[in-house]
Write a protein that binds this ligand. Structure first.
Ligand SMILES: Nc1ncnc2c1ncn2[C@@H]1O[C@H](COP(=O)(O)OP(=O)(O)OP(=O)(O)O)[C@@H](O)[C@H]1O
Length: 332
């Protein structure tokens, strides 16, 4: 499991915490899927979540993103400085300023991803509010709008940041058209950022698998997150696509975002992450740097097993088998 042939690119600096999970526990009836797990993610960090099948990674992830409410424990997130109420005059002004800035960025050909960070607060109760607070995620299975173009898919992600009401949208008034233009420009920028600038008009369902995964990331970025959580981003990818995925995640991190990633591909995780948390049977086994985690014998045991429960006896243990047979003969 040791990574030898690639050079890691550590975070330039890890800043203030953007996410803090303390004592997170999740029960499904009698099953304890996650037990008292703690995790802190800092600004500009890539944190990996590993563990064998059924270890509780996805359940913990779902607690972090507000999809599940933990049975006990708390998740706090550094939302943007308190946003004005939706639909208020201040909210409309902020949305207008944001649209103008996006248009200026688009004209200058720059993509600004870093978002302002506020103090840690409990996660908002509704998924939409979690996204608006600055947390975005992708899922294990691709969840694109298959019959929409790449550009339209990214534009959908952007709508949580626009302020046109239903009436303005139906009437397609000047405000709607301004916002729509800014949304389109931002979506195009993000497609270019993830390397899909030439696939704008392609239907999502016709795109190669690796491109679909990148499109999902572009759509998540369109929500202006501070933290992006990726659930098995390289599942099913070939080595070239996996390399492109890690380059893209480094690029996202280098733009000032924090990343949490679940992955089974150890080489990918240990090359990518600044810190890694290993879960086993719902509990945190170890959290540390990739070097610390990959050299911990408990991690290796968790993945390949100790052999203690195996019925078969390993060749080196033949004498154990012989003794047992001899004892059995004595008894008979
Ligand atoms: N909604 C649910 N209801 C009941 N049990 C669940 C539910 N979701 C997960 N579990 C159980 O919780 C445990 C942890 O599952 P989870 O999917 O979080 O593990 P994982 O580490 O993500 O596994 P994998 O790597 O296979 O995706 C498993 O025993 C699973 O069967």
């Amino acid at each position: 499991m040791t990574v030898t042939d690639e050079v890691r690119r550590p975070a330039a600096t890890a800043g203030d915490p953007v996410l803090e999970a303390s004592g997170v526990t999740m029960r499904f009836g009698g099953l304890l899927a996650v037990n008292e797990v703690n995790l802190t993610v800092r600004e500009g960090e890539i944190v990996g979540l590993i563990g064998p099948n059924g270890a509780g990674k996805t359940t913990f992830f779902n607690c972090l993103t507000g999809l599940y409410k933990p049975t006990s424990g708390q998740v706090r997130f550094a939302s943007a400085p308190k946003a004005p109420a939706e639909g208020s005059r201040q909210a409309k002004k902020a949305a207008k300023e944001k649209a103008a800035k996006d248009a200026a960025d688009a004209a200058a050909g720059t993509v600004e991803l870093k978002q302002p960070t506020g103090v840690l607060r409990p996660l908002p109760p509704k998924p939409r509010a979690v996204v608006r607070a600055g947390m975005a995620r992708t899922f294990q299975n691709i969840r694109l709008f298959a019959n929409m173009t790449a550009l339209e898919n990214v534009m959908v992600g952007r709508y949580c940041r626009t302020s046109s009401g239903a009436l303005t949208s139906v009437l397609r008034g000047p405000k709607f058209r301004r916002e729509e233009e800014a949304t389109r420009a931002r979506a195009q920028e993000l497609l270019e950022f993830v390397g899909l600038g030439k696939s704008t008009e392609h239907l999502a369902r016709n795109m190669p698998y690796g491109d679909q995964r990148r499109l999902e990331i572009a759509r998540a970025l369109a929500t202006d997150p501070k933290l992006i959580l990726l659930d098995e981003p390289t599942a099913g990818m070939n080595p070239q696509e996996t390399k492109q995925a890690s380059d893209l995640i480094f690029k996202i991190r280098d733009s000032g975002l924090s990343v949490v990633v679940i992955e089974h591909d150890m080489r990918f995780i240990f090359n990518l992450c600044d810190r890694v948390l290993c879960l086993v049977r719902g509990e945190a086994l170890i959290e540390g740097t990739p070097a610390e985690v990959q050299s911990d014998p408990r991690v290796i045991e968790a993945y390949i097993g100790t052999g203690e429960d195996d019925d078969e006896v390993a060749p080196g243990d033949a004498h154990v088998q012989d003794t047992t047979v001899a004892e059995q003969e004595d008894k008979s």
